[in-house]
Design a protein around this ligand. Sequence first.
Ligand code: HEM
Length: 435
Amino acid sequence: MAKNGAPSMQCPRSPDDVDLFGPGAPERWYAAYDVLHQQAPVMCLRGEGLTPDKDAFILSKHEDISRVVKDWERFPPTLSLLVKQIQTTGALAQEMPGLDAMIISICSLRPTQELWRAHRQELTDPWVGPGAGRHEDMITGHVDHLIDRWIDEGDLDFVRQFARSLPQRTMASVLGFPMEDIPQLETWGNAQVMAYVHGCGHNNKLTEEQTREKSELLDGFGHYVRQKTKEKRADPKDDMISFLTQVHYEALDRKLTDDEINGVVYAMLIGGLETTQYALAEQAQLICERPGLFQKLKQDRSLIRIFIEEGMRLRSPTQGLSTRITSQDEIFQGVEVPAGSSLHLRWAAANIDPDEFEDAKELKLDRKAVTRHLAFSAGLRVCPGAGLSRLEQTIAWNRLLDRLDDIAYGEDNDFLHQPGIMLGTLKLNLTFTKA
Ligand code: HEM
C-alpha cells in the first residue's frame, strides 16, 4: 500500500516475489494481489498442507472463493477433520491438548452443517447477527463517550482513542461484562488472536514457546467467564451470557453447559474486537485520501451504508484464512488441486478482483450490489457478527459526521501495519475540526 510517508518496499513483480506471510508482507499485499490475479490466481504452497506430503493453495479469485464457501461437502472446514476424529475415536475434545474453549464448544454444539446453522440462528443471531439492532442506543452511547474524550483536543490517534475502544466497549456490553474489566479483556483478546498476528505462514502456526505464552496470558479467562456465567445463571440480566444460560437450544433439545457458554464467549471476543477496529481505521484513511468525501457523507447519510461496505471491500480487515480443505480432486482456473489440499481463501484479493468488480480499486458510492464482497465470507460459515459490526460502523460514522466538520491526516503517521493476516494499521494520527 503506497501512502504518503510509507517506507519504500520492494514490490512483487512475479509470483516468485509474492510472500503474503513473511516480515513486512502487509505493506506489499495489494501489489501482490495484482500479481496473483494476473499471473497466479491459484498459487501452490508446496508441502504446506496439513501434512508435509500435502500442498496448500492460495485462492485469490472471487468466483473460486465464492464456490468454496458455498459448498461445505466439497470444501469442508479444516476443523471437520478434528470433529471426525473425535466422533470415530470417542475421544473427548476437552481432554485433547491445545484445543481452545471455542473449538471444544464447536465439537459439541455444532459439529455438522445443520447444527452450524442452528447455532447461528438460535444462539448468536439474536445478539450479534440480524438481531444486533437492539444495541443501537448502547453503541451510540459508547461512540459519544469516546468522542467526548477528545472532541476539544483537535487531534487524536484514531486507532487508540476510537477504533480499538469502540468494539471493546460494545462487546463488553453485549456479553454483560463491566466496563472496568476492559483492560483485562484486552489482554485476553490479544492472547486469543496471537496466532493471527504472530503466527507463521498461511495457517498462522505458533511455536511451542508462543503457544505456552498464549495459554499463560489466557490463564484466568475461563475462570472469569465461568464466574460471570454462574452469577448470570442465578440472576439473569439483559445480556448475551444471561441469555445463553437460559436458552433451550432446540437443535440439541437441551440447555448449554458452562463450558459451552465459555466457548461461545471465546468466539465472540476473538471475532468481535480487532476486526471492527481495522475496518474503522481503514475507512478513516479512505476519507483522508479523498478530498470532499467527508462532506459528501455528511450531507447524504444514506451513503454511509455503501461507504462502509466499499471500505471493507477495498481494505478487508481479515485478509485471508486457511480454513477449508478439498474433499475431492478439484480444478480452479485450470490448476489441479488434489483432494486433501488446504485452501487459503484470500478474501481481500477476491474483493478487488477486476473480473468481479468494475473499477475494482475505486471507492464507488453508486456501486450496485455493494454487499457482494467477501470480507465477512459467505455461505453457511459467514461471519456471525457481521450485523453487529455493520451497526457499530454505521453509528460510528454517523456520529463522527454529526460532531466533526472534517478530518485529515495528522503528523507522524508511518502507515505501517501489524504482522499477521489482519490489516491492522498500528496508529493513525488525525486532526479534525469540531462541528
Ligand atoms: C469488520 C468486522 C469483521 C470481519 C471483517 C469479519 C470477518 C470474518 C471472516 C472472514 C470470518 C471467516 C468465515 C469463514 O471462514 O468462512 C469470520 C468468522 C467469524 N466471525 Fe467475524 N468478522 C468481523 C466481525 C465480527 C464480530 C463483530 C464478531 C462477533 C461479535 C465476529 C465473530 C466471528 C466468529 C465467531 C467467527 C467464526 C465462525 C463462527 O464461529 O461461526 N466477527 N469473520
